[in-house]
Design a protein around this ligand. Sequence first.
Ligand SMILES: [Cu+2]
Length: 186
Amino acid sequence: MRRSIVLYILALMLISLVLAACGGDSKKESTPTPTPPALSVRDAWVRATVGEMAEGEQSDMGSHSMGDMGSMSGEESTGRVTGAFLVIENAGDTPDQLIGATVSAEIARAVEIHETTVGENDVMQMRPVQAIDVPAHGSVELKPGGYHIMLLDVQRDLNAGDTVTLTLTFASGATLDVNAAVRPLE
Ligand SMILES: [Cu+2]
């Protein structure tokens, strides 16, 4: 009689151990899989190509020479460039990368992703980058003096008040159409 009680208690302990183990396992299994990147863009703008910006643009030109522009964009190069700036937010659990951008050929013939850095002698230089990281549950800002989207061989005046539609491409395969307001550099 007493032995059966002991066995009964042991059995109960064994069952509770098994249940605890299973509980642990099922908890792991029910951990939500990371959500994919959930991207959005805010504060998108493009620097106007006319008026007071001409000066700022030139100082930002950095390492670009007109020769570079010509070879980049063919015989019809206008040599005009401008920058697009915006904040990319990612509400998802998975990081992503901005890997490209396009714009209507009526606006610009080529688009590159650039980073402006201050090199030796405080000279600002720009270099093309392959990708800009967009962290999970985070954001990245493209702004003058940092990362930017470079419009090359700009085909027409971009005046304050105009809107330029950019299409952003991400490493995840996502694309985003962005309406950027044209405004002068502050
Ligand atoms: Cu640039």
